[in-house]
Design a binder for this molecule. Sequence first.
Ligand code: 6PG
Length: 226
Amino acid sequence: MNNLDWTVLDTPQDIAEIACEKLSEIEQEAISKRGVFRIVLAGGSTPKLAYQMLAKQQHQWSAWQVFFGDERCLPADDPQRNSVMAENALLQHVAIADNQIHIIPAELGAQKAAKVYTKTIQNDLPFDLVLLGLGEDGHTASLFPGHAHAQNKMVVAVKNAPKPPAERVSLSKKTLSQCRHLIFLVAGAGKHHAVQQWRNGEPIPAAEIGFLQQGEVLLDGTSVIL
Ligand code: 6PG
């Protein structure tokens, strides 16, 4: 069970600002201790503001190793891809080399991509920071309620996902939990019910992401409707 710190902010802009502040602290700690900053980027639309803000800041980009929490099985250049959103908002604007960016090859299909990505990440655990979103049904990454996955899998192939596209690839709960810091970015009134379920201790997928040390949930006012 997570002992997360919940922070309610006024706007998605505030969430992005606080997320960038916390990311910078985690980045500095990781690089000073290990010389590398391993970050897992969240998909969806909420993180875009934070990515655009990061792109305007100074960071030790050469020490970054960028991974993705999940990906949609679409062509590599499809605008609906999480990797394309991250490229457009952040990665193409900063000095991170291509060999520091580890995109999930979801265009290969879920099964094959899951196998490939398992090899990609196996020597990069634990991550320093995992960023995640929250779906209206309580999903996170591409881990949806009612979808069981083999507990021992590091990366899972997802079929018939309720949020299109149906076919996706996702880091597993086990893998997402292997991190030093975890930050959920949650915005929008549509998330209110999922947040209430979470705070009531219901086992929504987001609530089942454990962590080695520190977890935070950054929410805007509408997602909690105080
Ligand atoms: C995806 C994401 C997914 C997302 C949530 C929230 O591929 O869609 O990985 O888990 O984070 O659905 O999406 P929004 O930020 O767009 O509300």
